[in-house]
Design a protein around this ligand. Structure first.
Ligand code: 16G
Length: 168
């Protein structure tokens, strides 16, 4: 329970303030370019070579979109490396009385750190955050095989709603 909000149970008990021994949950920072953030994302999908300048420019442009990108990471404090990450994007809308939609994106846990409930923890934190920052709904896209995982957190495939996509 994070500040009165309902969320999953954890065994062993962990939370955003104590994600496990030697681990720290915090927002992404610019220095994470040197802390394995790019390599971590590469465990999710193609990232490609990103120079420090390119990373900094993208970091700044996300930061300039006030209250839109919430990137949460977990650091292994013994190595300083980022070992898990997830993003909440708050997309502003006119609909629903000028509300906003939340999107959960790029959830990834380093394969060496799987089985410690860290994906679940990040998802709980971002889901609670989406409500707190005023989203009327929050959604995510995932592979078929991950539907049972995300279903645990109240995410459902909606009737008559399809995810459609064009790739370039
Ligand atoms: C997954 C991610 C999505 C990410 C995509 C990248 C979650 C919940 N979903 O669907 O956020 O952008 O993978 O895959 O983390 P792509 O490179 O094939 O678009």
């Amino acid at each position: 329970d994070f500040e009165g909000n309902h969320c999953s149970t954890y065994n062993p008990e962990i939370s955003h303030t104590n994600p496990g021994e030697g681990l720290l949950m915090r927002p992404l920072c610019r220095e994470d370019y040197d802390n394995g953030y790019i390599q971590l994302l590469s465990q999710l999908t193609t990232v490609g070579d990103i120079s420090r300048e390119e990373f900094d420019a993208r970091y700044r442009s996300m930061d300039d979109c006030l209250d839109s990108y919430y990137i949460t990471v977990i650091e292994d404090t013994s190595t300083g490396q980022v070992i898990a990450s997830g993003t909440l994007v708050k997309e502003q809308k006119f609909i629903h009385k000028c509300s906003a939609r939340g999107r959960i994106e790029d959830i990834v846990v380093d394969d060496k750190y799987r089985g410690r409930q860290l994906g679940k923890l990040i998802l709980d934190v971002l889901t609670i955050l989406s409500k707190k920052v005023g989203c009327y709904k929050v959604s995510l896209e995932c592979l078929d095989k991950l539907v049972p995982f995300y279903s645990q957190f109240g995410y459902k495939t909606e009737d008559k709603q399809n995810y459609m996509c064009r790739r370039y």
